[in-house]
Design a protein around this ligand. Sequence first.
Ligand code: FDA
Length: 310
Amino acid sequence: MILRTLLLKLSTYQRIGEVMDRLPAARRLVRRFVAGRSAEDALGVIARLRAAGLEVAVTYLGENVTTAGAAARAADTYVALLDEIERRRLGAVPSLKLTHLGLDLDRALCVRELTRVVERGARAGTLVWIDMEASAYTDRTLDLYAELRPRHPNLACVVQAYLRRTPRDVERLIDLGATVRLCKGAYQEPPSLAYPDKRDVDRSFGALVDRLLAPDARARRVYPGFATHDESLIRHARRRAREWAVPPDRFEIQMLHGIREDLHRTLRADGLTVRVLVPFGEDWYGYFMRRLAERPANLAFFLRQLVRPR
Ligand code: FDA
């Protein structure tokens, strides 16, 4: 717990990333979770995953931009990526952060940049997933989603099971008939807002799975993506889907690139839809540190690589 808190705190110090970038051992471990620096690196990984029968989401890494130019560049990158995804018939969907598109600067600017990406996604016939960031952004993200979704049915959003407020947010999303990813949550949050105990987070995740698969949610065309590598929660979702006769094309399991790849094949063989999120870009540091914080064994592996004689 202390280690997780420390790593999440360090994840906000970009300078550490600049130092790590100069260490070959660090670069090797980063490559386990991040497809590479360029869109071409990501497109190569996406093609491999698609050939294996997997669905894919793709993230151009970056968050909290401080200039309108940076927000426009992020949106341009997503639009160019969608051009290539369509040209190569890869059918991957962008998964982006609103602070990468300028939410910290100006909401209207962020909406303009998002709209460019969503309209390009609609022409390519793909969803565009809005990631959920730290709790300071929850209201703004969900409000913006609720405002844009009626005009852009290809927009999807995310909720985090660790937040105490999420059952209320899920009811609102069910009313909207949303396409929604449920994840545990990856940021450092105070206990007043988020469950500090992993058992409570897992319990909350299970209850939210039930809510999102419930017959009334299905009647409203809610489409949930359960984003977890936690086998017992995946089993729980599958059991509920069976009990409530939810067809396999009415929900999906989502995972991050480089984590529990052994599960992809077994879930696919059982007829489930599995979507893998592939991140790429120069700005890998915050994303990478959140993955280290999730699993201390990754940190031990990283440190061993650093001291290993070569
Ligand atoms: P948990 O952390 O309990 O791990 C369960 C098991 O999975 C572990 O025992 C281990 O085997 C494996 N595992 C998990 N993390 C690992 C790692 N880093 N390295 C190696 N093995 C690991 N969060 C957020 O706040 N906003 C968002 O928008 C998203 N989006 C998102 C999309 C997708 C597709 C996924 C899969 C996840 C997210 N997340 C996210 C991250 C999410 O909130 C959460 O931090 C991670 O998924 C880890 O939690 P698990 O559910 O995997 O469970």
